[in-house]
Design a protein around this ligand. Sequence first.
Ligand code: FES
Length: 179
Amino acid sequence: MPSVTNNHFSSQEKSAIDRAIAQHSGHPGELLSILEVVQSANPHKYLSLEALRYVAERTGIPPATVYSTATFYSLFNLEPQGDNVICVCRGTACHTRGSRALLERLCLDLGLSEHETGETRDSERIALTTPDHRFTIRTVACFGQCALAPVAEVNHHIFSHVNERILQREVKALTQGRK
Ligand code: FES
């Protein structure tokens, strides 16, 4: 597990982890359930390295197993998320219907560069957050709604046959606090 220090690991988070462990320990898929609870309890919806270490320490699960589980599943975030999360599908059906252009436009409008992460290939996931933490832009491999391509998700609300105008309208509404 990398040795990055995070100074924001609070006693509240420790308590949330203790409760999650008490609730799910000994059940099938306990680690996944615990990590889900821990992430949702974090104000920025992510799993810090300190949280992962604490989970390992308290459960007795090897740190490498905890870390590899957190990095394997796309539902887990290892970086703080923005207040609003917009997810653009980059699967084949959505790609052929223009999802790359949608993603590029979104990044441009929010002042984000896909190249910041060095992850520029279509097949790779990206997760970029604006410096003010208002927005996180993510990609997924497929929402499982290919017939409705292109598909995007704004704060867990799915938009099918989405276009630039719709995404810009949503961003504007969120920026102005109308949502
Ligand atoms: S490829 Fe986008 S929903 Fe399947």
